[in-house]
Design a protein around this ligand. Structure first.
Ligand code: SF4
Ligand code: SF4
Length: 273
């Protein structure tokens, strides 16, 4: 049996990726068990999902505690030591990360490969929904599920243009993902931000680490209507001298201000990693 753990954020589609992978395995005659686990119900909050694949019926009903493979959909989460929790010795990490595996920051007894799934998602879907791109990487480096089966499962779930765009993302990631290497990163310390599963991301913790994109204001276009200030769910937007100000320590990068601004005065810029 192969046990897999997926890490992502609310809105990136980790749970959907898990289900698509399970369906794709089923097409190939395998047994699959997909388990989602949510923390607080907030867009951007860490989400974990678990998958078991086997040639025989899966009888375990517990969460996956010692995965063979860890799949990470978010580049900020990919840098956190918590993703390695319980990973079997010699296990594999497949991460959405904008640099090659040689520059992956975490080290230890595991193999790693990386693909810039965010860039692929922006290119193909025009949105940073990285779940289908990362599946292309999974198929390429594990060979556990054929890319054709993943595409079939995607088209079953998203028929039409949306499905075709996602299939393109899968193909692109399949082509761009390099072979895994032994992890050479230096970071092995304890995760200061705590565990990735479960609660604890409410009012107490800052959500700034969730951000993949940051909102940037162009005051020449701003009319001072205060809509962004009203809509921000994390109270990250303040008001001063008749214009909005932002506290990036509170901003989780949800993009609501970008969507709601009637004059397009707020733009999203990708965070540098
Ligand atoms: S400032 Fe914008 S992107 Fe940041 S949390 Fe508020 S609404 Fe979301
Ligand atoms: S919603 Fe746009 S125009 Fe209105 S205050 Fe915010 S940035 Fe300015």
């Amino acid at each position: 049996m192969i046990e897999i753990r997926l890490h992502g954020r609310g809105g990136q589609g980790a749970v959907t990726a898990n289900e698509i992978l399970a369906e794709a395995a089923y097409y190939e005659g395998k047994y699959a068990q997909a388990i989602p686990m949510y923390g607080t119900e907030r867009r951007g909050a860490p989400v974990t999902a678990f998958l078991r694949l086997d040639e025989v019926r899966v009888r375990e009903r517990d969460l996956v505690h010692n995965p063979d493979i860890v799949v990470v959909l978010d580049p900020a989460i990919a840098q956190r030591p918590s993703i390695l929790e319980g990973l079997k010795a010699g296990g594999l990490v497949i991460a959405n990360y904008p640099h090659p595996p040689e520059r992956f920051p975490l080290g230890g007894n595991f193999r790693v490969t990386t693909v810039d799934a965010t860039a692929i998602a922006l290119e193909t879907l025009k949105r940073p929904i990285t779940n289908t791109a990362i599946l292309g990487a999974f198929s390429k480096v594990t060979g556990l599920v054929k890319v054709e089966s993943i595409e079939k499962a995607i088209l079953h779930r998203f028929p039409g243009t949306l499905g075709e765009m996602n299939v393109k993302a899968v193909r692109m990631a399949f082509e761009r993902t390099p072979a895994p290497i032994q992890a050479v990163g230096g970071v092995k310390e304890k995760d200061e931000e705590g565990p990735l599963s479960g609660s604890g991301y409410g009012l107490i913790r800052s959500a700034a680490g969730w951000r993949t994109f940051r909102p940037v204001w162009n005051y020449e276009k701003c009319t001072g209507c205060r809509i962004c200030w009203i809509f921000c769910p994390d109270n990250a937007i303040g008001w001063g001298e008749e214009r909005p100000t932002v506290d990036y320590r509170k901003c989780k990068g949800c993009g609501i201000c970008v969507n709601e601004c009637p004059t397009k005065a707020v733009e999203f810029k990708r965070e540098e990693i």
